[in-house]
Design a protein around this ligand. Sequence first.
Ligand SMILES: Nc1ncnc2c1ncn2[C@@H]1O[C@H](COP(=O)(O)OP(=O)(O)OP(=O)(O)O)[C@@H](O)[C@H]1O
Length: 379
Amino acid sequence: MTLQTARPTPDPNPTNMIPRLDIRRIDRVFGGRKVVDDVSLTVLPGQVTCLLGPSGCGKSTTLRIIAGVDRQDAGEIRIDGQLVCDTVFRLPPERRSVGLMFQDFALFPHLSVAENVAFGLTGPKAARRARVEDLLDRVALGRFIDAYPHELSGGEQQRVALARALAPRPKIMLMDEPFSGLDNRLRDEIRDQTLQVLKDEGAAVLLVTHEPDEAMRMADEIALMRGGRIVQQGAPYNIYNAPVDRAAAAFFSDINVIRGRVQNLLTETPFGKFLTPGMADGAEVDIIIRPQHLRIDFDRNGRGPNPTAEEGVAARACVERARFMGSESLVEFRMDHDGSALRATVPAVFLPQPGTPMWLTIRRDRCFVFPREGGGRAA
Ligand SMILES: Nc1ncnc2c1ncn2[C@@H]1O[C@H](COP(=O)(O)OP(=O)(O)OP(=O)(O)O)[C@@H](O)[C@H]1O
């Protein structure tokens, strides 16, 4: 698909911007249970924010409140600084300048592609036609202008739905799992193309997904949601590299957990001592490391760590199982010191026999240390 660009670009100094979407302290209660709990977030013009979290955490309900098809029990929403709704005042959905896109593209089957895209447009006929043609060109569907939805593939229907949602130039695009109906092979390409069109339009985008990969790929900012609350918010690399807790780390990838106990502000492990400031003596801690940050001493065939290694203390383990996963190998180890299991990934074909002894080191700068839940108090 070819994309024509040269659309308005966002303000280079985003700190000067009024947030396009500003949600403050939203609650929603169903049957006495807060399914949206004190949610606040802002989205700037031209920015994509992903509301990311497991099924049932309250993402869609938040989106529905912003769209105006559900109401909050507390809090307020502003668009471009103007109040859209609080618990007293409520602007109807059609007056909020919000575009919607859902998993099922919900195209009108009896309308042509052009008629679908023109559906929400007002104004002179020639201007409407020009807008439809422009958008269809930009999603590379110009040649399907007179086709009907059933004549299009899933990916093409998704692009028509995108063009339709963008046609009235909404200030905000709300997207709820818009790619989950697509074939795996198509998905990455369509995500990238969609992102480009959204950026060109300059709308503020709030995209709901339960897939961390999708959020990492699409988002300028991720709001991680759990149990109705936003537990962490920031740029994708910050959320990935500085998770707030063990569950936040585990949401993005498989993790290894090395258990320890604090003594004199330090926690001793087979990989050396870790600083654990602020933790009381005797508190139990989990040291988290992702499998790609565990290093295997390949060269010495289990004969012991290389004394010049800069990775700190090495610990001995035996291979339990090794599998080739396509772009990497996953090796599972049983640690000598306590029989615990650790997993390492290697970006190559690496399939040592079960029972092979090896030495492991960890990238200490990639470890996260958290108090174990229910395992002791902070000092
Ligand atoms: N109208 C409703 N009445 C009662 N409970 C509701 C209603 N709408 C949503 N819920 C409940 O609120 C919780 C959050 O639902 P929501 O659809 O917002 O979650 P979600 O994070 O979008 O999940 P998913 O990804 O599965 O759609 C769920 O427990 C759901 O059952």
